[in-house]
Structures are given as C-alpha cells and as structure tokens.
Design a binder for this molecule. Structure first.
Ligand code: GLN
Length: 579
C-alpha cells in the first residue's frame, strides 16, 4: 500500500532567507536608511550574511534621471546602477558591495509586470495589483536575499502614503506565508514640542494604527527623537502599539551616524531580532565599531575644508544630501589621520561673485565634486586656480577633474576659451569633450542609465603619487560621466608639467591627473567617494588629508625657525655692548 502523504505543511528549508521590513512613520527623513544600515551592520557583526534592499516608491526606474535637489545624491554601484543614497549607507555600514538586485523602484516593478503581460506570461489572466504586482515585488526581494541569511528591506516613504501601499501589502503577504521568517520594524518620530518640553508618543501610536489598518503588526519599534526615550515613553509605546517593552528601541539624535549601530546594539537590538527570527548569535560582535567610535571622538587636529559646488541654492540640508558620499569619505579619511574635518559648503556662484581669495582664504583644502551643466562652473575654475597658485591641496572628483584640466589650459597654457563641450559646443579649445558612444545616445534622447557607469579598471602610472597612495597599479573605481579629457591636448599638458597618472587599460581615457610641483593637486574622472568606508578609508582622500597635515607641520616648523631666529637676533642685540 502506498504511504499516505502527510498533510503537514512542508517546512521551509533550514537555510531559508529571513526578511526584515523597515518602515517609517510620522515624518519623512527620520533616518530609516541609517536604521536599516545599522541593523544590517549589527546582524553582520553577529555572524550573519545580510542583503540590504532599498525600495523607492517613484515611477523612475532608477535615480539617474532625478534632479539632485529633488533626490539627493545618486549613488553608483559596481555594476553601474544609479541608486538612492541609502545604498551608500548600507555599503559603508556593512562593507559589502551591493548591486542592482538591492535596489527596487515602483517603475522597475511595473515595467517587468507590463513586459510579462505583453509576453503572454500571465497565460491570459487579467493582470492585477494583487497578486501580480505583489508577486513581482516578492520575486525581486527574494532574488536580492537569495544568498543571504537575512534580507533587510527598507520601505521608502512613510506609512499611509498612497504610493508605497503596495509594498507594505507585499510584506504582509510574505509574513502570512512565512510567519516565523518575517519581521516588521517600524521607525517613528517622537516630537518634543518646545512649548511643552515633553516627549510625546501619540504620533507613534497613530502611525502604528495606520500600519495595523494595513494588516501589519510591527515586531519592533524604533523611536527617533532628539534625546533618548525614557522608560515611561517606552512603556506607553509598548502598551499602545502591542509590542514587548524591550522591543521598543530608542534611537536619539547623535553626533555621528556611526554611533547608531552601537546604540541599538546596547539595547539588544540584535538579540531581539535573532530571537524573533529563531536564529542564534554566531559571533562576538561590534568590537570594531567601538574602536571606530573611540577614533571619532578623540581627534588630534581640526581641518577646515571647502567643498565648492552647486546644488547649494536651497539651504544646507539639501546640499548635504547631494554630496553625502563625499562628506562621508572626507570624514573617514579624517578619522584615519586623527583629524576632525570641518566642512564648509561654498556655492561656486559666490566664488564667481566675490572672488576666490575672499571666499576661500582660511581653508586648508579645496574639493570640487561631481556635477553637470554650466551653472557655477566659472566659480569652480576660479577656486581651482586659487588652490593651484597658492599651494592649497586640491581634490577634483569627476567634474572637478575636468574643471581642473580646463583651469590648467586657460591659466597655464594660456588657451583662452578652453572649455568642455558640455558647456560650450564651439569651444576654441575643447579640453573636455563627449565620449564617442555617448554622443549617439544623446542624439537619440537615450538618457536613462546610459552614461559610462559603474566600476571600470584603471591603470596607474609607475612612480606617480596616485600609485604611491593606492599602493598598486591596477585599480577599479566607479564612474558616472559622458565626457572625457580630449587626448588631442595631452602632450601640451604633459610638457607643462601635468601628469596623467591614471588611464583606462587601453590607454585611451584619462582617469587621473596630478601636478607633481604642487603639494597635492589631483583629479579623478571616477568617483572615489563611492568606495570609501569607515573601516577602509579611500587612499585618495587619505592622501589629501595627509598632504594638508604635512603642509601644516612644515609651516609650523618654518614659523618656529623664524621665531627662533628673531629671538636669537634679539639676544645678540641685547648682549652686544653699547659703543
Ligand atoms: N558632467 C560631466 C560628465 O558628464 C561630469 C559628471 C560627473 O561629475 N559625475 O562627464
């Protein structure tokens, strides 16, 4: 007789990926990204492989076509997807290189569902939000997490928005299918109205109600607030939001975002998550984070650096968002050199109006980051000239490298009218011009994901500063550009002392330029900032900060000798007998 098939539900295989969804409530911009990155870091430090995923609710297929003021920085992965800045935080906190699998937008989901519909892959069914769109969302999330123990999925936007509801719905369905393998963490804000002076938990309760109305019960609540939540507040949130008190975690404002993993870990975030997911801790954890925090809080030097760019028009907050990887990379390098970096945001238009000397004196280093279009470029060029002529360390990132080449052409090689064809199509000296394949793309209005993107190899020149800093000749760095240095001018530049110290392996594309006669003058066609990590600061940024400190030391020494000489002269004068 054939054995009767057991009716018991198939258990999930032992190695099934676990999923943590992270949503936000009350207000946007409360640091869901940092919370997701921190939880990923904590779980990694406990011995688990993690796959952080960001879901953005807009219909764009990637962040590449969104204005920086609108979206903040466009972060680029090795495999060349133009993503949200949160992926940058995930990479920096976990030390992992992520890929296009880790970034999902509504646009991508719908594009795939519509493609399948046209290809008759739904076998004649009417295609609907549920289950077809939710299934596509779950397919993508599962794909992202397939090699990891735990996928940490950040749901973009705030709970209650019309636009992201379908993703919440997908998370609900996944939990229904695999209750033991799915957690929901809700990050919500507790205001302290100044007229009351008291932290209020009601908005969090209401935000959780909203989640409940979508059929979701949070397992953990992260309370974001100016100061730590007290016991009373934690109790209230636990009671009214139906969670254990120990699963209410406080995430107060901190000086450095790198404190967040340690703060959450101190409240047993990792243990609580693992317990709820039925997993056991594998490693002793967070040791390196504690060392990092010590490094951050004990600087020996303070350095003032100016970042000269545009996108500064509408206040400091947006600005910091547009260049978040640059900011982080500078900080990482600073900590490695025991320095606290004071960054100033200098609008290049201001440099145009008031002159470089007036705006930039007092800074020990100048950076011109990536950019597009003509606005503010004359100010960038003036800033670079000021840095070059006054021996102030300069680091140019992508557009900042192209602008450095133009500045050199105009002011050293006396090529009046030198420019990039991005700004002046008829430039007399087109020092920077469009890459041949890019021209075709622009003519056919093929704008989306069509730049030279992602990681490309670069070969460094023997004996160059770049080679010295990297400690190797073959590197791989991330790119995002359409224009390149025009090789027609290479020989004249070299004759005048500029060194092209990095090039694509076929030698055609200039990737790094440097000026050996200057204390530190370097530009890269790629974006080194995307690969800097707190535990592995980037060599170019470290070189830049190192050069500033070296110069400072030399100046101090010079001053000491001068003072000493003056004192000696004084003694001789006094000691000399009167005639
Ligand atoms: N606009 C320049 C180009 O496309 C530089 C781009 C950038 O700075 N990312 O080549």
């Amino acid at each position: 007789m054939a054995k009767k098939k057991s009716k018991k539900k198939e258990p999930r295989p032992q190695k099934a990926t676990k999923f943590i969804f992270i949503s936000g409530g009350v207000i946007s911009g409360i640091g869901k990204g940092i919370t997701s990155a921190s939880i990923s870091a904590i779980l990694k430090s406990k011995g688990f492989t993690v796959a952080p995923v960001k879901i953005d609710m807009y219909l764009n297929q990637d962040a590449g076509t969104i204005r920086p003021q609108e979206h903040g920085e466009v972060f680029v992965t090795d495999d060349g997807i133009e993503t949200d800045q949160d992926l940058g935080h995930y990479e920096r906190f976990t030390g992992e290189n992520l890929s296009r699998a880790n970034y999902i937008t509504t646009g991508q989901i719908y594009a795939e569902v519509l493609r399948k519909e046209r290809a008759f892959e739904y076998d004649g069914e009417d295609v609907e939000a549920i289950p077809h769109v939710t299934n596509e969302i779950l397919r993508r999330i599962t794909l992202a997490g397939r090699k990891a123990d735990i996928a940490i999925v950040e749901l973009g936007g705030t709970v209650g928005e019309y636009q992201n509801a379908i993703f919440f719905e997908a998370s609900r369905i996944l939990k229904l299918r695999h209750p033991g393998d799915v957690l929901h963490v809700h990050v919500a804000y507790l205001p302290i109205p100044s007229y009351l002076g008291e932290m209020k938990s009601k908005p969090v309760q209401q935000s959780v109600r909203m989640l409940n109305s979508m059929g979701i019960e949070p397992d953990i609540i992260v309370g974001r607030s100016e100061i730590p939540m007290d016991d009373k507040r934690k109790e209230r949130v636990a009671l009214f939001c139906n969670v254990d008190k120990k699963a209410v975690l406080s995430n107060p404002d901190v000086r450095s975002i790198y404190e967040v993993p340690v703060i959450l870990n101190q409240q047993s975030a990792g243990e609580i998550i693992l317990e709820k997911l039925g997993l056991e801790k594998r490693n002793k954890d967070m040791h390196e984070w504690k060392i990092l925090l010590r490094q951050i809080s004990n600087p020996k030097h303070e350095i003032k650096i100016a970042v000269v760019g545009k996108y500064f028009g509408t206040g400091n907050f947006e600005l910091a968002d547009s260049y978040v990887s640059v900011i982080e990379a500078i900080k990482h390098a600073g900590w490695a050199c025991k320095a606290n970096i004071k960054l100033s945001w200098v609008d290049s238009l201001k440099v145009e109006e008031s002159g470089a000397k007036k705006v930039l004196s007092g800074y020990e280093g100048i950076i011109v980051p990536g950019g597009f279009g003509s606005r503010g470029t004359e100010g960038m060029i003036a800033a670079i000239r000021y840095a070059r002529e006054n021996n102030i360390p300069y680091l140019g990132l992508c557009y900042g490298m192209q602008m450095a080449a133009i500045e050199f052409a105009r002011n050293v090689l006396k090529m009046r009218g030198a420019n990039t064809t991005e700004i002046d199509l008829k430039a007399k000296f087109p020092i920077v011009h469009i890459m041949p394949d890019q021209e075709k793309k622009l003519l056919s209005r093929d704008y989306g994901a069509s730049m030279r993107l992602g990681a490309w190899q670069c070969v460094l020149k023997k004996g160059s500063l770049a080679e010295k800093l990297y400690g190797t000749r073959r590197i791989s760095e991330r790119h995002r550009h359409r224009y390149e240095f025009n090789n027609k001018f290479r020989a004249v530049f070299e004759k005048a002392g500029l060194v092209f110290s990095g090039a694509s392996p076929d030698g055609k594309l200039a990737e790094v330029l440097e000026l050996p006669s200057h204390p530190f003058f370097m530009g890269s066609q790629f974006h080194p900032e995307f690969k800097s990590r707190p535990f592995a600061p980037h060599p170019l940024f470290k070189g830049f900060i190192g050069a500033i400190l070296k110069l400072r030391k030399e100046k101090e020494k010079q001053m000491q000798t001068q003072e000493q000489k003056a004192a000696e002269a004084e003694t001789i004068k006094v000691a000399a007998p009167a005639k």
